[in-house]
Design a protein around this ligand. Structure first.
Ligand SMILES: Cc1cc2nc3c(=O)[nH]c(=O)nc-3n(C[C@H](O)[C@H](O)[C@H](O)COP(=O)(O)O)c2cc1C
Ligand code: SF4
Length: 390
């Protein structure tokens, strides 16, 4: 970077909108939608986050289709959802922040035992969550899901949202298509990278065509699946370059990991095996305790842990980028600005302390008290919370 780095608390443009600063609340599925619709509890969660000084909060997760949910208690975008989303947007705006909806399709990460609908993936695969096979998406499924992303974005705009974040990460459906390990298709949506990236490009293009410049469009893209045979940074960088060429996005938030095959790669820190097992009834509980150590393989935490990979994206792209992963206070926020990222996103730090941005703004020595125990992760099955404060 040349010149003075941006002040993280100065306003910034994100496509057609202006944010009051450069801090974004990352999507953390809130588990506060028992009827698959916005609840007062969900509104209060985002109102509190907005009141804490962040520029934009992200509602997670808004599935584009009923089978694309990790639980049937997740919102799926349909006209019935608009009234609640509108109330939520008004509550966030009243606190001076903007609001984004994370839209996507969980694909092989969906839980068919909960949604009571077959899970879809790029290719047929055994799904331990539903004890059934994930069905390979047909051409008709793909067309429907591309359209559903566009319709979901339109509903978000109609609900007064300022942005949508298209989920292209964590081996959710579009990310599963990007993965050479999960995508074994022989048609134009599989094979080489151009085929595997086709769905990501079509989905983001359809969203842009639907909403134009009415709202900002971000994508959350995996740099690295963190699994053998998965998407690697060199390929992801090419995907990001194609998305940039397409002109469908106002910003890209860089992430990593697979909710399906290697979830702790997203988070780093402790693997909360005991808490995770406790969520399940017997006999699954025993199974999770015995076998979960393999799935929940822990990775050491450090602040700004995705920066090394993200630097290569910053160097190669013009698109504004959002640095995510272990942003905890003024030092990492400033680092993100110095390294040329347009925004910094925080998940756990704001789940624990929604007022962290305001406190850091007033006192630059304030740092997140989150200890990366990741015990908030299994709380998503009931009602997402930081176990140390609630
Ligand atoms: C409880 C919890 C729920 C999450 N739910 C989502 C989600 O619905 N969608 C998503 O893309 N990421 C989700 N994430 C990942 C975060 O957005 C973020 O990528 C991750 O926590 C790393 O950022 P951090 O170090 O600031 O926490 C979740 C994280 C946590 C802790
Ligand atoms: S439970 Fe709280 S302290 Fe532990 S990782 Fe989650 S937010 Fe941080």
């Amino acid at each position: 970077m040349t010149g003075n780095p941006a002040d993280v608390f100065a306003p910034a443009k994100l496509g057609p909108i202006t944010l009051r600063n450069r801090l974004i609340k990352a999507a953390t599925f809130e588990g506060r939608t028992p009827e698959a619709l916005v609840s007062d509890d969900l509104i209060e969660f985002h109102r509190r986050t907005a009141a804490g000084g962040v520029a934009m909060t992200t509602v997670a997760y808004c599935a584009v289709a009923p089978e694309g949910r990790t639980t049937r208690k997740q919102i799926w975008m349909r006209p019935e959802a608009v009234a609640g989303l509108r109330r939520l947007a008004e509550a966030v705006h009243a606190e001076g922040a903007a609001v984004s909806a994370q839209i996507g399709h969980a694909g092989p990460v969906a839980n068919p035992a909960s949604t009571r609908l077959p899970a879809l993936g790029p290719s047929r695969r055994f799904n331990p969550l539903g004890m059934t096979a994930t069905r390979a998406a047909t051409r008709a499924d793909i067309d429907r899901i591309v359209r559903a992303h566009a319709e979901a974005a339109l509903l978000a705009a109609e609900s007064g949202f300022d942005a949508v974040e298209v989920h292209l990460g964590h081996n959710y459906l579009v990310s599963a298509f990007l993965s050479p390990r999960l995508n074994r298709r022989g048609d134009e949506y599989g094979g080489g990278l151009a085929g595997r990236a086709r769905l990501a490009r079509e989905v983001t293009r359809a969203v842009r065509d639907a909403v134009g410049d009415r709202i900002a469009i971000l994508a959350k893209l995996n740099m690295d699946d963190g699994v053998r045979g998965g998407l690697v940074p060199e390929e992801s960088l090419q995907v990001a370059a194609w998305l940039e060429e397409d002109g469908s996005l106002d910003a890209i938030e860089l992430t990593a990991g697979s909710s399906l095959l290697n979830p702790m790669y997203l988070f780093r820190g402790d693997a909360p095996l005991k808490d995770f097992a406790a969520v399940f009834p017997q006999p699954q509980r025993l199974g999770v305790r015995l076998l979960g150590g393999r799935l929940l393989r822990a990775y050491p935490y450090r602040d700004a842990y995705l920066l090394d990979d993200a630097r290569a994206f910053r160097a190669a792209l013009r698109t504004p980028l959002v640095l995510l992963g272990g942003i905890t206070g003024a030092a990492t926020m400033d680092l993100a600005m110095r390294e040329g990222f347009a925004f910094a996103a925080m998940g756990r730090a704001l789940l624990m302390e929604p007022d962290l941005p305001d406190r850091v703004r007033k006192d630059r020595t304030v740092v997140s008290a989150c200890i990366h125990c990741n015990r908030c992760m299994p709380t998503t099955y009931r009602r997402t919370r930081c176990v140390l404060v609630e």
